[in-house]
Design a protein around this ligand. Structure first.
Ligand code: PEP
Ligand code: MN
Length: 443
């Protein structure tokens, strides 16, 4: 049997109960004939950047929706998210004085693991929504039936998103001379926008200075934004895995970077088995129950050759636990000689339900978890390698606190996420300024 299929004999958590397996096989067959969404060479490039992160020379900004939706694959939505990502990256690069590796939770983040298989509303019980790639968000029995056709739609939605992303980032929109333009619709109404405007003014002067000196590097005119998502649905990921013609090695060409979620990182499970076979740079989420032994065993499975850039640990402990839980993990992993990149996801350990029933997160907890992450790494002399966040480019009201001080009673105003609560644009920019400061101070 092809080793790329050995996961099929292992327990796979969080897979949908497809009612028609023959239809699933047919769809997987179609997917396997479609063109790659990314190229193996691009994945290698990202791996090299992540190796620099592991060495302490660069910082990762990874973010986007918790769950992308098919209806969100529009020019406006994608541009707004990219704009926010670019603004955050500029803040980090300039105020933190560090090269920033930009990775979107975009162009493929359509499948969700769920803590409960069923959702109950007013006494009615239906299968949980598992992302647009699996079933519909509407709370009706019809919408919630898993439909394999959705895998094909996810591929196409990822393709249009990636196409827009490539055009925006390579075609002039991401040119550093646009640093003010990204902020136009934002500057007047928001403290974060005003703070950003001042920084953009400084960048302008720096650019003019460089230009006067005769320097105009290519990096000022275009940026690299890589795609990533949780590799949850193994039928989809397997169907999009191809042998790279240059090296003869398998790459999952559904995205540049793929990660294993907190609920699917079982050592002897299907996800770890599949991910060890592909050559992309990969990540694993590590929640508060992770032991150092778990982390070391994951390294042995997923990065036996200790290839720099191959493996990223994305910790999501919760603000109250990071200072207790992270040191041992980092210490033992470092002592083992493995060169992983460490990234902080300050979102998933800090979710709670507001009295109104909305799932939310406190901006202050998010900031505090990142602060704890920096403290731990500074104390150990290791590198705080980046942040992984859920945000959107719109002014939603999903997380409480931040510049506009959203309170729990405001949540209903613009609560639009299909899954977890995201930072809005102002909160995301505020966070970028704070992270830049934490980065610079400890250097
Ligand atoms: C997520 O990233 O949306 C997610 C479900 O995270 P985790 O696996 O860390 O819970
Ligand atoms: Mn999430």
């Amino acid at each position: 049997m092809d080793l790329l299929d050995s996961w099929r004999d292992l327990p796979a958590a969080q897979q949908p109960d497809w009612p028609d397996p023959a239809r699933l096989r047919d769809v997987a067959g179609q997917l396997s004939k479609l063109p790659p969404l990314v190229f193996a060479g691009e994945c290698d490039q990202l791996k090299a950047h992540l190796a620099a992160v592991a060495r302490g020379e660069a910082f990762v900004l990874q973010g986007g929706d918790c769950a992308e939706t098919f209806s969100g694959a529009t020019a406006d939505d994608v541009r707004n998210k990219l704009k926010t990502l670019l603004q955050m990256a500029v803040v980090l690069t300039y105020a933190g004085s560090v090269p920033v590796v930009k990775i979107g939770r975009m162009a493929g983040q359509f499948a969700k693991p769920r803590s409960k298989p069923l959702e109950v509303r007013d006494g009615v019980e239906l299968p949980a929504y598992r992302g647009d790639m699996v079933n519909g968000f509407d709370f009706t029995p019809e919408a919630r039936v898993p439909d394999p056709e959705r895998l094909l739609r996810a591929y196409h939605a990822a393709a249009v998103t990636l196409n827009l992303t490539r055009a925006f980032t390579q075609g002039g929109y991401a040119d550093l001379r646009q640093v003010h333009a990204w902020n136009h619709d934002f500057v007047a109404e928001s403290p974060a926008g005003q703070r950003y405007e001042r920084l953009a003014g400084e960048i302008d002067r720096a650019l003019a200075f460089m230009h006067a000196c005769g320097a105009d590097p290519e990096e000022f005119h275009r940026v690299e934004v890589y795609s990533s998502h949780e590799a949850l649905l193994l039928d989809y990921e397997r169907a999009l895995t191809r042998i790279d013609s240059r090296s003869g090695l398998p790459y999952d060409v559904s995205a540049h970077f793929l990660w294993i979620g907190e609920r699917t990182r079982q050592l002897d499970g299907a996800h770890v088995d599949f991910m060890r076979r592909i050559r992309n740079p990969i990540g694993v989420k590590l929640g508060p129950t992770t032991t150092a032994e778990d982390a070391l065993a994951l390294i042995d499975r997923l990065d036996p050759d200790r290839e720099p850039g191959r493996l990223t640990f994305v910790t999501r402990m919760g603000a109250g636990r990071i200072r207790d839980n992270l040191p041992t993990l980092v210490e033992k992993v470092t002592a083992s000689g493995a060169q992983v990149a460490w990234i902080c996801d300050p979102m998933h350990g800090n979710t709670f339900e507001a009295e109104s029933g909305y799932k939310t997160r406190r901006f202050d907890d998010v900031v505090d978890e990142v602060a704890g992450f920096f403290e731990v790494h500074r104390a150990l002399g290791t590198h705080p390698g980046g942040v992984h966040i859920e945000f959107t480019g719109d002014d939603v009201t999903e997380c409480v606190g931040g510049g506009h001080d959203i309170v729990e009673d405001d949540l209903h105003q613009r609560y639009e996420t299909a899954c977890d609560p995201r930072l809005n644009r102002g909160q995301a920019l505020d966070l970028a300024f704070m992270v830049a400061e934490m980065y610079r101070i400890g250097k």
